[in-house]
Ligand binder design. Structure first.
Ligand SMILES: NC(=O)c1ccc[n+]([C@@H]2O[C@H](COP(=O)([O-])OP(=O)(O)OC[C@H]3O[C@@H](n4cnc5c(N)ncnc54)[C@H](O)[C@@H]3O)[C@@H](O)[C@H]2O)c1
Length: 252
């Protein structure tokens, strides 16, 4: 299984050849720069018969032609962007507001982190890819998009650690205005490493079972899951993963 844990890339402009494998391969043979490195690595992995995991918010396998290739080659893939901190908490917490009919008026997030990832995200292009990925679940979880944004800043001194502060403004019975705030302080590498190991095992198992193409069952691990998973709630994602893993064990 090939895992992308390289620096976050800016997303490229859409090209027509992304929609069709034949057109993509013709374009690749014709000119350089058709695909960003994350997608080229996925292409190479599929060609060599390997599954692929994108732990980053980069473009990666978000190319229909690459999904066609994976299906053809009989290999699974999953992504994108590991869910290890702020978004992990958000996808656990947002359903609570929805289930109790507490209307979220605004949800604002401020993130500071160090390390190579923090330095990369100081640039506009990669930061835009990360923010898009971080923002993708809230609207699906609540059924509407509350006011608010996500900010990311680089603080070199933090090294491998990250802090996320979230401020949530919500409305209860009779329009009563209330607030919730949380602060998450996590160690990036130790949050990510066990997920990467599990993803390698589960993707390899999917390939052994003959599950090719995008694997929405692995959505539990990602901020912006590929393959149109039915549910964005963390608990439901966990149940879907467990059902899929147990079904495989029974079949095996
Ligand atoms: N908790 C986490 O650590 C976490 C969570 C979610 C997503 N991610 C994503 O995982 C990726 C890695 O995070 P990190 O903290 O290890 O970052 P990092 O900056 O420490 O490491 C990235 C490495 O990728 C290398 N690289 C850059 N372009 C490459 C390419 N084209 N081919 C091969 N290598 C390349 C860089 O030289 C660097 O060594 C980032 O995209 C990050 O957003 C990490």
């Amino acid at each position: 299984v090939v895992v992308n844990v390289a620096s976050t890339e800016p997303h490229p402009a859409w090209q027509e050849c992304y929609d069709d494998l034949g057109a993509l391969e013709a374009a690749l043979a014709e000119r350089p720069g058709v695909l960003p490195p994350s997608s080229l690595h996925a292409y190479a992995a599929f060609k060599a018969g390997h599954g692929f995991v994108d732990f980053t918010p980069s473009f990666g396998t978000r190319v229909p032609a690459l999904a066609q290739l994976a299906e053809q080659a009989g290999v699974p893939f999953a992504g994108g962007d590991g869910k290890t901190g702020e978004t992990l908490v958000k996808t656990a917490l947002a359903p609570m507001f929805a289930h109790r009919a507490l209307h979220v008026r605004s949800w604002y997030g401020a993130n500071i982190l160090g390390g190579g990832d923090g330095a990369t995200l100081a640039d506009y292009g990669p930061r835009a890819s990360k923010i898009q990925s971080k923002q993708s679940s809230l609207g699906k979880l609540l059924g509407y998009t509350p006011d608010g944004t996500v900010h990311i800043d680089y603080v070199a001194e933090l090294g491998d650690w990250k802090t996320a502060w979230n401020h949530i403004s919500f409305e209860g019975f009779l329009g009563t205005q209330m607030k919730m705030q949380f602060t998450w302080q996590g160690c990036d590498s130790t949050l990510a490493a066990p997920l990467v190991l599990d993803l390698i095992r589960l993707t390899a198992a999917a390939q052994q079972r003959g599950d090719a193409g995008p694997r929405p069952e692995l959505a539990f691990f990602f901020k912006d899951p590929i393959g149109n998973p039915a549910d964005s709630r963390l608990v439901m994602q966990f149940e879907a993963l467990r059902d899929w893993a147990l079904a495989g064990r029974v079949a095996a």
